[in-house]
Design a protein around this ligand. Structure first.
Ligand code: GDD
Ligand code: MN
Length: 382
């Protein structure tokens, strides 16, 4: 008797189910040639009772990390290397690794042996038994810790933890942890909302979820790095700030970079007043000359600060700096005219309160400057 195709394929699926993949381990790497093979071997050992795959996401590391992974992978199909060219970024690497697996659960673990891979089976068991969406390895839960961190790094990390908990209202002891396990269907649902900027993928996931995620925390000790170097630098700190702004004020439709631009602008006001006071009061220049000098200095100061701070990811250098400075000054001058024009118009034509007129003028000027310099000076389109 003929069996319908659907029955056959259902039976096959059930038979194959005992072979089904249980866990994917995603390992983001950049210049971890000295660490990654040790990690893969430890993972194979600790996960031996499970059906797993390991996906190393490497951003074309110059030290040949990807080649080392492929050397192992060629004789072990559970291992894959996803190599990205011309791109960098820990969060985006993790997201792409997570999106590349069919396993129902996936863990993220650093490739430098600082996270404790022996926790993974327990994380999976917790995720399944308690029917959770995400299980987080925590340095700051009771029983966790950081191996031999100096006081400064510990303070900085705890401060960042506190700020991010406040900004995002995420109730985790270690929202900055880079070590966690998530159900991939949950991740796939959230993926379009993630900002993918910077180092802080876990915070991004929690802050992007529409409601609280069912989660547990498991303490672990963050080990010291023995090979290679950390990639955490000032750029990562700025990405972190941008992510926080994006997840707080961004919710009200205000772009994070606009807030950063505004912060720079307010320090520019202080520079302006300081230069004006110095030239006018101490050097006894004419008010007009002092004002011109103060404006020029403040604009230049703002340009350089925006270049390293607001638009850190598009930093201009070399001749680009000269062109950028000129276009920034040109845009700011137009912004200043718009500012004065709007304020005077509101004050005279509508008899608006002087302070309200001034604030409206400033807002128009700042929005104009932000939009125009983003497009022309730092070439941000769309
Ligand atoms: N693909 C890719 N691209 N990987 C990267 C990149 C990148 O641009 N930058 C860093 N990585 C990889 C590193 O190779 C390493 O495997 C892992 O991401 C963590 O980077 P580290 O530079 O070692 O960061 P860390 O030790 O200072 O901080 C880590 O641990 C903290 C505590 O859990 C990160 O995971 C933090 O997010 C985390 O808060
Ligand atoms: Mn590390």
């Amino acid at each position: 008797m003929d069996q319908p195709a659907a029955t056959i394929s259902a039976a096959r699926t059930m038979a194959e189910d005992t072979q089904a993949l249980e866990l994917a381990v995603i390992v983001p790497t950049y210049k971890e040639a000295e660490n990654v093979l040790t990690l893969i071997n430890r993972l194979r050992d600790v996960l031996r009772a499970l059906r797993f795959e390991i996906i190393v996401v490497d951003d074309n590391s110059p030290d040949g990390t990807a080649d080392r992974v492929r050397q192992l992978a060629i004789s072990d199909p559970r291992i894959r290397c996803l190599e990205r060219i011309g791109r960098r970024g820990l969060s985006s690497a993790c997201i792409e690794g997570l999106m590349a697996t069919s396993a129902p659960c996936a863990a993220i673990i650093d490739g430098d042996l600082q996270h404790d891979e022996r926790l993974l089976p327990k994380m999976l068991a917790t995720l399944r038994e308690q029917n959770l969406e995400i299980v987080v390895g925590s340095r700051y839960a009771h029983g966790g810790g950081t191996d031999q961190w100096d006081e400064t790094r510990l303070r900085a990390s705890q401060l960042a933890t506190r700020i991010s908990r406040y900004a995002t209202r995420v109730e985790l002891t270690d929202p900055l942890s880079g070590f966690f396990m998530i159900r991939t269907d949950v991740l796939r649902q959230l993926a379009p909302r993630l900002s993918g900027v910077g180092f802080k993928i876990l915070l991004d996931i929690f802050a992007s979820a529409p409601g609280p995620l069912k989660h547990a925390e498991i303490p672990y000790t963050f080990r010291s790095r023995t090979q290679g170097q950390s990639k955490l630098d000032s750029r990562v700190a700025l990405e972190f700030l941008e992510l926080l702004l994006d997840k707080s004020v961004g919710r009200y439709g205000i772009p994070a970079k606009f807030v950063m631009f505004g912060l720079v602008g307010s320090t520019g006001v202080i520079v302006h007043i300081a230069v004006l006071a110095f030239c006018f009061q101490i050097l006894t220049m004419s008010f007009a000359t002092a004002q011109i000098l103060a404006t020029g200095t403040a604009m230049t100061f703002n340009f350089f600060l925006n270049n390293v701070f607001t638009h850190y990811d598009r930093r201009l250098g070399g001749w680009g700096l000269l062109w950028g400075w000129m276009s920034f000054c040109a845009a700011s001058s137009v912004g200043a005219v718009a500012n004065v024009g709007v304020a005077v118009y509101l004050y005279q034509a509508y008899d608006t309160f002087w302070l309200a007129s001034a604030i409206a003028g400033i807002l128009v000027g700042v929005v104009w400057n932000y939009a125009i310099t983003s497009i022309f000076t730092w070439q941000r389109r769309g």
